[in-house]
Design a binder for this molecule. Sequence first.
Ligand code: AMP
Length: 518
Amino acid sequence: MRDVEPAMMQAWIGHLGATPENLDPAALRRQLSRGTIPDVLAQTARTHPDSTLTIEEATITYADLRARAARAASVLAEHGVVHGERVVISAPTSMAFVVAYLAGLRLGAVMVLTNPGFTTSELNRVVDRCDPVIVLTDDQLARTTSVPVFRMDDLIEATESAAEHPPVGLDSRDVALLAFTSGTTGLPKGVPLTHGQLLASIRSAMLAWRWNSQDILVHALPLFHQHGLSGIHVSLLAGSKAGVLARFDPDRLLETIARTQATVMFAVPSIHQRLVALDREQLAPLRRLRLATSGSAPLSATLARAYFEKVGMMPLERYGLTETGLNVSNNYEGERTVGAVGYPLPGVEVALTDVRGHPVEVGTEGEIVLRGPQVFDGYLDDPAATDAAFWPGQWFRTGDLGRWDDEGLLIISGRLKELVITGGMNVVPTEVERVIEQLPGVREAAVAGLPSERWGEEVATWVVARAGQQVSSEQILAHCLDHLAAYKCPKRVFFLDQLPRNAMGKVTRNQLVPSSRA
Ligand code: AMP
């Protein structure tokens, strides 16, 4: 990468009301990524001991949360969890989830958060990849894995009588989380994220969004995904209150916002879509929020306008990836431009490049590449994927396409990678295709996203049957449900005589759904 001016600080100097001196880029990056999550929890327990986190019906003060996590750490330590070991959590959102997560981090363990909707074989694939000492599961999930399974309820019960585990010496470069993502193409890849990277990601957004300790956050996003988890991190950093719902229900979300006098809501476009379908009067709680964010998937212009019409303000769109944390955001103050994700966050550099990694002309579409203190260092045990994902200079290739508008706002214009993003969850086509192709009647299958009002995109499959054999949509769907988490299963099945391919023989998924790749 050549000739890229790190202009982002300039853009933010005015917004932050700061002087160039205290926004020295290197100093800012160090500030953003300082410390560890256990340090942050300890500090908040001192500075905001009575502020609270509520998850569903359970409320805990930050002082109690720190103490409970420290006691739960002793229980985990008895089960072999030590600094650097991995712990898989496969459980829905609950207070126990948060306690277990913070307890593991206190010991310096690497937490691996997985979707509780995974089938046992999907969970086992993660276990095989990351070789954890233990898998923590919800009571409801009867899981058989090659490593010991510990029920979250048993952890919480044992925590009651445990002593606090002393802090373990950690620093911001220790890995806190191992997330799994699709990367730019292909199979899910392990993404190690350090304490410093996780903290930098949310701190830069806090600066941009003027977060303060009086804020009250409400969201209904899963905690196993970075987006939902960032709501816990932001609240711990600020000492601000948070209320998290284990699943999204429009009425409950609105009721919780009203009852808790929330000031901020985190959401994904599919949540906004369900909300704006309600009557204007029902949406009164949204009008009292100072900030409603939207991320993890494109916010369509139609939805942004519908939201503005009913609520009187636009959601604040932000852009990020598992590998890179939060990177770009609409301005907090002033007008928001429909269709633009905004400016690079403090500390983040963004550029647009051609296929060789050279900057494209202003106004031209290019691949979005970025770097900053929140960006990961490389995929787990996969130097080839890591090499392919970075240009020299640590510029991470997002696999998303974008261009700058005249105001210097980033517009995301498409996707190089073949992901389907459905309700903010990423589905890798090849994973679903491989499952469908296990059926004896299927010769080959292609999977892609169809535009959907409700989900943004919905998973669809185009199937070629084997000559002389019969296979039905019902069989395909039932087979997928047996092998894949529900959100990955196709909602539509189409039969074709052959799949479209390019000159290299590669299936051209974009020809299956030309309209979804606009
Ligand atoms: P994940 O790693 O699950 O967070 O997914 C990251 C991908 O989600 C990005 O590479 C984008 O394709 C997409 N994405 C996230 N935020 C936005 C946004 N605001 N607009 C468009 N796409 C987004």
